[in-house]
Design a protein around this ligand. Structure first.
Ligand code: F6P
Length: 327
């Protein structure tokens, strides 16, 4: 096996809090192992364009606490084409980069996997997405911070919901996964949580909200995952619910991209640091074409093919917790 002299690092897809901490860990693990490190701006797009910078241990000072990614991120359309990937490979050769750490979500790993197949180029993926939807890892970088952002926002919404005896529908991110909705919903004490993994249907939702009213609740919070399949968008859903109650005002809050920003939580900083170092260790040990993940607190390597084959399974027992605690 050829000794690695130069490792590239990039962040790709939707940014997530803790990506900077992961880059920092990669850079410092390279330094620890006497390997050069090159940062690639704007994910695969920057790679295709050769937009790179040499990074040393001091280049990543004061970033562990910063949200976003200082290397910036992009969803590259060009990398979908064989031609684009060939250009990326040529740039890697030009910059003498021997291996790559790609921090991102399933789209990032799908790209990495094809790239590996075509060019036999060593890549380790590091799961960075607020969605927590990657198979093979219990947690992704940024998810914990996003949960905390969501419950902080819902706590505030609850104050006004309570003052006005209103029902609030709060839409959270997660793409096709309900992890953010389910966990933040429990954490924020939501009355109902709508997730794509379990379609409760509008009628059951209305019945349940009626029961809540009868039991003496004057205000309610319903957390709705953006990928929920109840069949109506959140504004239509609000209208439908309002039409089924007398004198119950319904309001909608779409939390949107505030969930992707902000300083990473301690959990995300530590996770990012472990995964970043682990990725470099894996490359130096000759691993490639895998994602590094965390399972039961231990670092594991998961083939890209497995990581992108589906999403993380949701813990349906949590739905029971949500049902009981919202009585
Ligand atoms: O994957 C992260 C995520 O924030 C999803 O939760 C959301 O569906 C999507 O990205 C939004 O993407 P964009 O920032 O491109 O609008």
């Amino acid at each position: 096996m050829k000794a690695l002299k130069n490792i590239g690092v990039l962040t790709s897809g939707g940014d997530s809090p803790g990506m900077n901490a992961a880059i920092r860990a990669v850079v410092r693990a390279c330094k620890f192992n006497n390997v050069d490190c090159i940062g690639i701006y704007r994910g695969y797009q920057g790679l295709i364009e050769g937009d790179c910078i040499a990074l040393d241990a001091r280049s990543v000072k004061n970033v562990i606490n910063r949200g976003g990614t200082f290397l910036k991120s992009a969803r590259s359309k060009d990398f979908f084409s064989e031609e684009g990937r060939k250009k990326a490979f040529n740039k890697l050769q030009e910059h003498h980069i021997d291996a790559l750490v790609a921090i991102g979500g399933d789209g990032t790993f799908a790209g990495a996997s094809v790239f590996y197949e075509e060019h036999d180029f060593p890549i380790i993926g590091v799961p960075g997405t607020i969605d927590n939807d990657i198979r093979g890892t219990d947690f992704t970088i940024g998810y914990d911070t996003a949960l905390n952002t969501v419950i902080e926002a819902i706590d505030k919404i609850r104050d006004t919901a309570n003052s006005h005896n209103r029902l609030f529908l709060v839409e959270v991110m997660g793409r096709n996964a309900g992890d953010i909705a389910l966990n933040a919903g429990i954490g924020a004490g939501a009355e109902e949580i709508l997730i794509p993994e379990q379609d409760m249907g509008v009628n059951r939702l209305v019945e349940s909200l009626k029961r809540s009213r009868k039991s003496g609740k004057t205000s309610s919070i319903v957390v709705v995952a953006e990928g929920d399949k109840i069949g109506k968008n959140i504004f239509e859903l609000a209208e439908y619910i309002e039409g089924n109650f007398e004198n119950y005002e319904v309001r909608v809050t779409v939390l949107g991209h505030i969930q992707r920003g902000g300083a990473p939580s301690c959990y995300d900083r530590v996770l990012a640091s472990r995964l970043g170092i682990g990725a470099v260790d894996m490359l130096l040990a000759g691993e490639k074409n895998v994602m590094i993940g965390i399972q039961h607190k231990k670092l594991v390597s998961v083939p890209f093919a497995e990581a992108i084959a589906g999403t993380n399974e949701i813990d349906l027992d949590l739905l029971r917790v949500a049902d009981i605690t919202s009585i």
